[in-house]
Design a protein around this ligand. Sequence first.
Ligand SMILES: NC(=O)c1ccc[n+]([C@@H]2O[C@H](COP(=O)([O-])OP(=O)(O)OC[C@H]3O[C@@H](n4cnc5c(N)ncnc54)[C@H](OP(=O)(O)O)[C@@H]3O)[C@@H](O)[C@H]2O)c1
Length: 252
Amino acid sequence: MEGENTKPKKLIFGGTGYLGKYMVKASVSSGHKTFVYARPVTQNSRPSKLEIHKEFQGIGVTIIEGELDEHKKIVSILKEVDVVISTVAYPQFLDQLEIVHAIKVAGNIKRFLPSEFGCEEDRVRPLPPFEAYLEKKRIVRRAIEAAQIPYTFVSANLCGAYFVNVLLRPFESHDDVVVYGSGEAKALPPPEDIPISIMHSLLAKGDSMNFELGEDDIEASKLYPDFKFTTIDQLLDIFLIDPPKPARTAFE
Ligand SMILES: NC(=O)c1ccc[n+]([C@@H]2O[C@H](COP(=O)([O-])OP(=O)(O)OC[C@H]3O[C@@H](n4cnc5c(N)ncnc54)[C@H](OP(=O)(O)O)[C@@H]3O)[C@@H](O)[C@H]2O)c1
């Protein structure tokens, strides 16, 4: 039919989150019919969640409200789409096994991108708190492979804007620096130990640079040679004028 949108339709889980919002907007601006599977808005929902839902509806996103254990609902929406992207956070990593199972049952999905977008978990061995975090991502990888679902695992390593935001907090302005404790503490309670062990692995040990790419890997920047990346220098200038809102991925 003339004018019909023939681009693959996308369904995004976790689309209202930090990374998910970028995915949803990029999907819409690339001309894909975009669906977001999100937990229902209730009277207790944060105002920011209501704003995101409104914003998504304004750009033509179809929001399906539901929980990750609503198998039948998920299978029926999967039948309407071609590509599934998950950007759920750490506490929901293993709930993605429900998505994998539903994709297997639906049988029509052409590609699944699980919630990765961090370091290459099969090739790094960080400190135990981060290792436990990555192990959950590995379990999902193995389940996808076993289910023989077409997939792409995306290792984004450090998203510059996220780490500059978390480390430098450009949204705060202080004349003083506060150092907590005496410096003698030997451990942090979970889940506070996770972000610190992530920093140790990626920024101190350099784990994301400690392996070579193999035949089956693609350096993502080669896929989009024309894309103009923002340098950290440019990002810091942008943040000076337009500080981002606080960001922190969920660890509990
Ligand atoms: N490489 C990097 O620098 C970097 C930085 C940040 C994140 N990441 C990765 O990106 C992925 C997504 O992280 P994120 O920070 O974007 O996540 P997030 O914002 O913390 O959360 C994502 C979404 O998960 C859903 N969610 C939260 N609690 C839930 C629950 N109890 N049940 C079901 N869904 C729930 C929410 O969606 P609804 O409320 O709509 O259901 C939320 O918007 C992770 O794999 C993370 O490791 C990478």
